[in-house]
Unconditional design. Structure first.
Length: 357
């Protein structure tokens, strides 16, 4: 993108999450121009565009791509539509910014990313909870050795969803949502955990898990638990639930020199992070120099930077695939009753083709 030239962007799917994408584009209005929105519900597309400066409504993606030639397309539709729409946009030459979960299986992920080309276009996925200055500050402290080795971690997504939530036809079904709260809710916190701890020497190594359907009349689970071992030897517990009236999102990491805890619900700023230093540990600069909260707007910044540079953005490729492979391993471990190692789920494995195996 030439200096001073605004990037033409479009949104596919004008449901609730699309509002966060519109706000992200507006936060970057010096660099981004939202020109079009597509939705099968024409009235919804028209209403959505009314809250923009000049976006034009469309009923289908093909026509939008042909007429508007956007450089960036946000995919805000249900997961079952992500593969086809992402491939359409990439084939047109547009970069893609796709909502979570990326798709319904590792096979679909590999299919949709096969359309990418070196230097772009690329598809990046919206894991906005890893954005913000506080998360980057933790990774910096960990990388410099200020916190010591990570030893024990806990990752908790305990939310509440009522029966009306699952009255939406595509929710709670393997074919359309791809999974339960491990896919549609906890995937954010699990991505944050893996992002905070990941590195060449500290990817997750194996997972054991259980899932259950305790309340909701759905095909998928409504609660899951997992035990995780990292290659460094660190251990973690993971809980994903939509049965919890006292809702919270929490990550706790016990390192040699400090315990670090992040507690929030749908987004965090610096005050949501708490550092407790071990005895005899000297002062550590636990506050980031600036307080940029996690958000779609913050997550969009590195995507735009990568676009300008013609480089792969974060939350794409192997980086975007990491948490999806973890989720597949969680489901396989729960279904088989045995530990599943990273890298073992590939073509020919039933859990490569779908999370239900």
């Amino acid at each position: 993108m030439a200096v001073g030239k605004r990037l033409r962007a479009a949104i596919v799917g004008a449901g609730a999450i699309a509002g966060s994408h519109r706000a992200a584009f507006q936060a970057h209005q010096d660099a981004v121009d939202l020109v079009a929105v597509a939705d099968v519900d024409e009235a919804r597309a028209v209403a959505f565009c009314a809250a923009t400066e000049q976006a034009k409504p469309y009923r289908d993606l093909d026509t939008l791509l042909a007429e508007q030639e956007p450089a960036l397309v946000s995919i805000c539709t249900p997961p079952g539509l992500h593969v086809e729409q992402t491939k359409q946009a990439l084939a047109s030459g547009a970069w893609v910014w796709c909502e979570k979960p990326p798709c319904r299986s590792l096979a679909e992920y590999d299919d949709m990313t096969s359309v990418e080309r070196d230097g772009g276009p690329y598809v990046s996925f919206v894991y906005q909870q890893r954005s913000g200055s506080a998360a980057a500050h933790f990774r910096n402290l960990l990388g410099k050795g200020e916190l010591g080795r990570p030893l024990v971690a806990h990752c908790q997504t305990t939310w509440y969803r009522d029966h009306a939530y699952y009255a939406v036809p595509w929710r709670g079904r393997w074919a359309t949502e791809g999974g339960g709260p491990a896919m549609g809710h906890g995937i954010h916190q699990m991505d944050v955990l893996l992002h905070l701890l990941a590195g060449d020497a500290n990817e997750w190594a194996e997972v054991q898990a259980m899932t259950a359907r305790l309340v909701h009349d759905v095909e998928t689970e409504d609660v899951s638990t997992a035990l995780v071992r990292f290659e460094s030897g660190a251990l973690a517990t993971v809980v994903n639930s939509v049965l919890s009236p006292d809702e919270v999102s929490r990550i706790r990491i016990d390192c040699e020199r400090a315990t670090v805890e992040l507690t929030h619900l749908y987004g965090h700023v610096a005050e949501n992070w708490r550092y407790a230093l071990a005895p005899q540990v000297g002062p550590i600069g636990t506050e980031p120099k600036e307080d940029v909260g996690s958000s779609h707007a913050a997550a969009l910044t590195p995507v735009l930077d990568a676009f300008r540079a013609g480089q792969r953005p974060p939350c794409s490729g192997a980086d975007g695939r990491r948490v999806l492979e973890f989720v597949a391993a969680l489901y396989k471990a729960a279904a088989t009753g045995r530990a599943v190692r990273r890298g073992e789920i590939g073509p020919g494995d039933p859990f490569y083709a779908g999370m239900a195996g």
